[in-house]
Design a protein around this ligand. Sequence first.
Ligand SMILES: [Zn+2]
Length: 381
Amino acid sequence: MHQRREHPSRGRREAHEAQLLDHLRAHGATDRAALAQALGLSRATVSTLTRDLLASGALGVTTGSAPRRRTGRRPELVTLNPNVGLIVGVDLGHTHVTVAAADAAHVVVGTRTMRCDAATPWPDRTRTAAAMVRSLLATRGTPRLLGIGVGVAGSIAHRETVVADTRDELQRSFGVPIHLENNTRLAGLAEHVWGVARGLRDVVYLRLAAGVGGAVILDGVMRLGARNLAGELGHVNVTDEQLPCRCGKVGCLEAVAGRQALLDAAGVTDLDLLVAALAAGDRRAETAVVRAAEAAGRVLAGACTTLDVADTVIAGELTTLGEQLLAPLRSSLARHTLPSGAEPPRLHLAQLGQPAGALGGIGALLRDPNLPLPLTTTAAS
Ligand SMILES: [Zn+2]
């Protein structure tokens, strides 16, 4: 991208193009008016830019699922050219392997999931995932693969060997850039790209399942933190009781609101039995769920107060408990957030379910500046 003397405005134009392409990488299909607003450019400038980028083949258009205007017509949305290749996401969970593929326009073209035993060695999970990716790509006529974003269960800061081995294996198999991340954090990012948190600037995401984890998105960017531990809400201390946690500490949120801790406290062996006990008005089950919800609400409130965030997303299999869990959680969140008496942070229920971790791998890769997309811009022409 050399600035030519005969085009004094070329540098600025290139910067605008790069901004526009980055926005579409992060957010997917967007109409021109919203693009102008997001980029702080005039509609005329955005029209010229998109016209030229469409002509160069860098962009495509769709009417997608945009809300209809008052005229009844859907606005035309601009996307990155969906034909440049596919991005794959992989979720290596404790008890499942999920893969998903999407094009550069953020259209998900397929997902696959397979259950696995919690004791399955990590190299076996990675090989299973690689086979699932090959099979998924084959159904699409084996298109060009641009990169793979991988979510791994557990804190990746403490899983150096798993992370390195998984990256090496996938790199050897596919020869494309690999992005690795904690899978809960990726699930949170996916809600921001495709799900209930789409369009929100700041979000705290909390996932209540076998493990308890989270993600923090500020100014539309997922925060990693100084030691790559941002969003580890499951390991915030919530009690002086000596309840042991998987992380080696005691009294963490996960030791109160993780699936096993909750089932033990409720005196049942699985989630279906807990739902049944709640339906039957079992006091022990109710007390256990309210305690977990109260603790989760307090941790969320701490994050929302610290960061002044007004939107939260709750995800994970414990949300199948419905209002029995969510009502006390909402109330705890409201009671513990500043300013008291004002509208409390909103609590949204995650939308994406099982594929969220794998979708987040795609979202993270699309937002990763180290992944070059083969788009022909006007600067290169
Ligand atoms: Zn812990």
